[in-house]
Design a protein around this ligand. Structure first.
Ligand code: SF4
Length: 421
């Protein structure tokens, strides 16, 4: 078997400050093959982002790192800072959650996209502007020549993330680490960015580690999934296997909390309790206080489960993997069976009738009105007691302005009609 591009063995990351040491990653082993897309999922505090920062040598000085991380055969743990600097951008590209923090606000986008290549000697300065336009075109930025001269604040959130993807892939790195790359984006822009990421991954043949709390993103993008909890891997399997037949109660809980269009579920099921803080990890199985199987079992409270084979190609860390079947049944619907008659609709609590919010455009010294922005233009809706109404749409569609108008945070014009009971 070919050597994996990324190989992690016994990785441990502990933060040391003035108080007790805080273990954030507690011994993980992981391999990623060249051109593989690996998804890492888990709640906040599970250790997935700390693992990615350890791979790139970006942890703060308070972190103590143990174990081994090899990228392309080169040891990263304990490496000289200059070796890590050479590796970032050339061998490893990074995409973070908020593109605004990845971009320098005072430099044109085009210059930033190729800056890494020039710094690594992969591109001559004279070629940089032409290459920047090519890279922006590859990530579907319209008018790339004009946009290359613009600054980050002149790009939308989705375009900024595309520019960051162009920047991360400019040097054709062998490994891309994308940490929550779509979390800050609208749903439709998220789909575009994921499609782009998949397309660029296929074109460059890079391996991708996709870190997210969103299993929907994983289902669309990854070949294989690793589930982390309390600083450890609790399950790993090919994506189809994990969605069809999860082997760990925590993975079952994550899957059940996903909204499903193909099931008649009227309420989402959340995992009870909160994930432990790194400084207060429960004894035995770290998941036992939240586990529907193990909460009452002595073995789960006292003995930490080890990762072992589970399913055709997966591994899971659970003493009672064979009992997962019972957790997979759909949850009972609120108030009884799904076919129970629903209560008669109550009187509306909120009535919005033909709401309009128009903002005047004023120009010149005398601030004369020269036009009108129709932020909301004739919206009507009703909300009844006990009802949850979802208001969705892309940025700029007027949903936030509607909410602000309902809260009385925007002066209402004469023709607006809004009734709150
Ligand atoms: Fe639940 Fe016990 Fe399995 Fe942990 S070992 S996941 S507590 S059943």
């Amino acid at each position: 078997m070919a050597e994996p591009l990324l190989s992690i063995r016994g990785l441990e990351v502990t933060f040391r400050g003035t108080g007790r040491p805080v273990p954030a990653v507690r011994g993980i082993d992981l391999d990623v093959a060249a051109d593989e897309v690996l998804g890492i999922v888990g709640e906040s505090g599970s250790g997935k982002s700390v693992t990615s920062l350890a791979m790139t040598g970006l942890l703060p000085s308070t972190a103590v790192v143990g174990g081994s991380i090899r990228i392309g055969g080169v040891e990263v743990t304990g490496a000289d800072p200059e070796v890590l600097r050479q590796m970032r951008g050339r061998d490893v590209g990074m995409i973070f959650q908020d593109p605004t923090t990845s971009l320098n606000p005072v430099l044109p986008i085009g210059r930033q996209v190729t800056e890494g290549q020039v710094a690594h000697g992969l591109l001559r300065p004279a070629e940089a502007s032409g290459r920047a336009v090519e890279l922006l075109a590859e990530v579907d930025i319209p008018d790339p020549a004009g946009r290359a001269l613009q600054f980050p604040h002149q790009f939308s959130g989705g375009m900024r993330q595309r520019a960051v993807i162009a920047m991360a892939m400019a040097g054709r790195p062998r490994l891309i680490i994308a940490d929550e790359p779509t979390t800050a984006l609208d749903v439709t822009v998220q789909a575009q960015v994921l499609t782009l990421l998949r397309r660029r991954q296929a074109a460059t043949g890079a391996a991708v580690i996709l870190i997210t709390h969103d299993l929907g993103v994983i289902a669309e993008t990854a070949h294989r999934v690793v589930v982390m909890y309390a600083g450890k891997i609790v399950e790993a399997a090919p994506v189809a296997e994990i969605f069809a037949r999860p082997r760990h109660p925590y993975t079952v809980g994550l899957l059940k909390s996903l909204p499903r269009l193909d099931q008649d579920t009227r309420r989402l099921v959340s995992i009870q309790g909160q994930p432990p803080t790194p400084g207060a990890i429960p004894s035995g199985c770290a998941f036992h206080p939240r586990c529907p199987i193990g909460a009452a079992r002595e073995r789960c409270r006292s003995e930490e489960p080890r990762l072992r084979a589970a399913g055709p190609e997966g591994i899971a860390a659970c003493h009672f993997t064979d009992e997962i079947e019972g957790l997979l049944a759909p949850p009972p619907e609120a108030g009884g069976s799904a076919s129970a008659p629903r209560a008669a609709p109550a009187e509306p609590l909120l009535v919005v009738d033909s709401l309009k919010v128009h903002f005047p455009i004023r120009r010149g010294l005398l601030r004369r009105q020269t036009g009108l922005v129709r932020a909301v233009d004739g919206v009507s809706l009703e909300v009844r007691a006990g009802e949850t109404l979802g208001l969705v749409g892309e940025s700029g569609c007027g949903k936030t302005t509607t909410g602000r108008a309902i809260m009385g945070l925007i002066e209402q014009r004469r023709r607006h009609r809004l009734r709150r009971l």
